[in-house]
Design a protein around this ligand. Structure first.
Ligand code: AGP
Length: 610
């Protein structure tokens, strides 16, 4: 959620870290600030609100060129989005300034202890307490990294801390525990950030910090150590993502760009994992005997990733007859779940940093349950802590509303189900035919994108709608949940999602003239049932928008607006394709409603706090 940036080197450091914050804006924030050195003092400039407010302040109080700076965009947790609560924060004697992501769980007791020793606090934040803890250690005359190390041993909770001092001028120290920090290695300059896109304009050589490690950055290099102060090796990755790829690439919003990237993402998901003969293989996955041992799958995720998990459940049960439960991570971690020792816990996560999912993962590991990650961000916590991880290879997803990551997650879950069928030689599952359909899906997705202008027209039907239903049967019912989430997230539209057959058990009472009902009707085997559900709605004055295929075209006669996607031999894949027009509908309704599409109110791209 919060954005972290840091630079040390020959460039104008304040300009660099401000640019880095701009590249992290998608993470969602409500205040921002910068710390740099001016002569013998640390200068801190910070403002509530968007970066434009901080930019105005920088113009009011020009900073003479300097070669070290740290910066932060904050998503309020402890204390509201005010100037005082914005980061960076000073210690008692303004010898250090720090920025921080995460939550210090024991900040209150630390604050009380320090206040008892005469420390004065100017904000309500846990971060300022951490600054005072570091400052108290630093006053002992130890190097900055030692002060930070000692302080970390006193902090409990999740943090990514970044610190500069007014005495050790060319040094940035950072520490990471459960909140992401990435290091950028340059030529006589070094950087850090909370996410890779903020490093790419300056370097492609990056390293994700391991849990419970510290790093010391100077112009000449980066040293990494553990919490005992022992140097640890660090794996530098060369990131292929072009800066352009992490930018909008000519599209009006990241969301529409990422919707249009889905055919390519479908190809990337399969890259290196299926051969011409339709054989499936995964890099570094459990050995084959494990798949014959597993007696249950528990998919654990949040939001869109949860909705993708529901699609995985369809296949694991339908194809493999493998009992599968899908849990909201936040419920799982506090629900004291019953877990079979032979179960597999699958963690689906785009960011790999979702706090609830990470905590659920650690619960499973404590119970010695096998864990498999299906994650997009390389080097993320969930990816590194799962026993095995399959990367979705969807590239950076910037828009808060997840689209291509959803498609990628479902593709990988489909491929995994087929891989298990291949290993188990599950009778009746023709994996090669499935794989052929998967390989051909990206072309059909291109056809779905041609519905964009029709979706733009149909979006007018949602004007003034007090409520929108999303309905379907079978896999279409799972896609309906994801379609509803999109419409909520980007268009702020009240929605009600329900299996179509459930309408008469209550939700139908909500239907009245003006209410729009979006039906997914892509399964020929269920189309007749869906038509009668549609008629129930129609009879009560609802407006019907339907997504069907050539094989379910009968639904068009009952629809007010009809979108047709290509059909495949598998209704499940039809349902997956139907997500594309549903995403386009949400996008165009949001545009009509003048919503802030890539950074919806109240939301963040990665929810790294509970
Ligand atoms: C989806 O559009 C939202 N951004 C949100 O529901 C998201 O899917 C959820 O927070 C899980 O995030 P993750 O996939 O990074 O774990």
């Amino acid at each position: 959620m919060c954005g972290i940036a840091g630079y040390v080197g020959p460039r104008d450091a304040v300009s660099v870290v401000f640019d880095q914050l701009k590249r992290l804006e998608y993470r969602g924030y409500d205040s921002a600030g910068i710390a740099t050195l001016q002569g013998e003092q640390i200068e801190v400039l910070k403002r509530a609100g968007k970066l434009t407010n901080l930019d105005a302040l920088l113009k009011e109080r020009p900073i003479s060129e300097n070669h070290i700076a740290i910066a932060h965009s904050r998503w309020a947790t402890h204390g509201g989005p005010t100037d005082e609560n914005a980061h960076p924060h000073f210690d008692e004697f303004e010898q250090v300034a720090i920025i921080h992501n995460g939550i210090i769980e024991n900040y209150q007791e630390l604050r009380d202890e320090l206040a008892h020793r005469g420390h004065r606090f100017h904000s309500q934040t846990d971060t300022e307490v951490a600054a005072h803890v570091i400052g108290a250690e630093y006053s002992q005359g130890v190097p900055l990294e030692e002060a930070v190390r000692r302080a970390c041993l006193k902090l409990r909770g999740a943090y990514a801390l970044v610190v500069i001092s007014r005495t050790e001028k060319g040094k940035i120290v950072c520490a990471r525990n459960a909140s992401p920090l990435v290091l950028g290695f340059g030529e006589h300059e070094n950087l850090l950030a909370s996410d890779i896109p903020a490093l790419l304009p300056y370097t492609r050589e990056v390293a994700v910090m391991e849990e419970n490690t510290l790093a010391v950055l100077t112009e000449e290099g980066i040293q990494v150590m553990d919490m005992l102060g022992k140097p640890v090796p660090i794996e530098i990755q060369h990131i292929e993502w072009d800066v352009e790829k992490a930018e909008r690439g000519g599209y009006e919003h990241f969301m529409i760009k990422e919707i249009y990237e889905q055919p390519e993402v479908m190809r990337q998901c399969l890259a290196g994992r299926v051969d011409e003969g339709g054989e499936i293989r995964f890099e570094s996955i459990f050995s084959e005997h494990v798949w014959n041992e597993i007696d249950r799958v528990n998919v654990i995720a949040c939001g869109t990733a949860y909705n993708a998990g529901l699609m995985g459940k369809h296949l694991f049960e339908k194809l493999l007859r493998l009992p599968t439960d899908v849990y909201h991570s936040s419920e799982f971690r506090y629900g004291d779940p019953v877990l079979s020792p032979r179960s597999l816990a699958v963690f689906v996560s785009q960011s790999g940093e979702t706090a609830d999912s990470l905590a659920a993962l650690r619960l499973c590991k404590d119970r010695r349950i096998r864990t498999l990650g299906i994650v997009n961000v390389i080097g993320s916590s969930i990816a590194r802590e799962c026993d095995r991880t399959i990367f979705t290879q969807a590239g950076p997803e910037i828009s808060v509303a997840s689209t291509k990551a959803y498609t990628a997650q479902v593709m990988v879950l489909t491929l995994l189900a087929l891989y298990i069928a291949q290993v188990q030689e599950t009778p009746g599952v023709r994996t090669r035919q499935w794989v052929n359909s998967l390989v051909g899906l990206s072309e059909l997705a291109e056809d779905c994108l041609k519905l964009d202008s029709q979706c733009q027209e149909i979006a007018a039907a949602f004007d003034g709608a007090p409520l929108t239903f999303f309905l379907g049967r079978g896999a279409d019912a799972s896609v309906a949940l994801e379609a509803a989430l999109k419409m909520k997230e980007v268009a702020y539209m009240p929605t009600q999602e329900s299996p179509a057959g459930e309408m008469k058990h209550g939700p139908l009472a909500l239907v009245e003239p003006g209410v729009v009902s979006v039906f997914g009707a892509t399964d020929p085997g269920l189309a007749d049932k869906v038509v009668s559900n549609m008629q129930e709605v129609k009879a009560r004055g609802g407006t019907l928008v339907t997504v069907g295929t050539e094989q379910t075209r009968a639904v068009q006669s009952v629809s007010d607006h009809y979108l047709e996607i290509p059909h495949t031999p598998y209704p499940f894949l039809n349902a997956l394709l139907s997500a594309i027009p549903m995403q386009l509908l949400a996008y165009h309704v949001a545009k009509r409603r003048g919503c802030e599409i890539d950074m919806p109110r109240n939301l963040a791209k990665s929810v790294t706090v509970e």
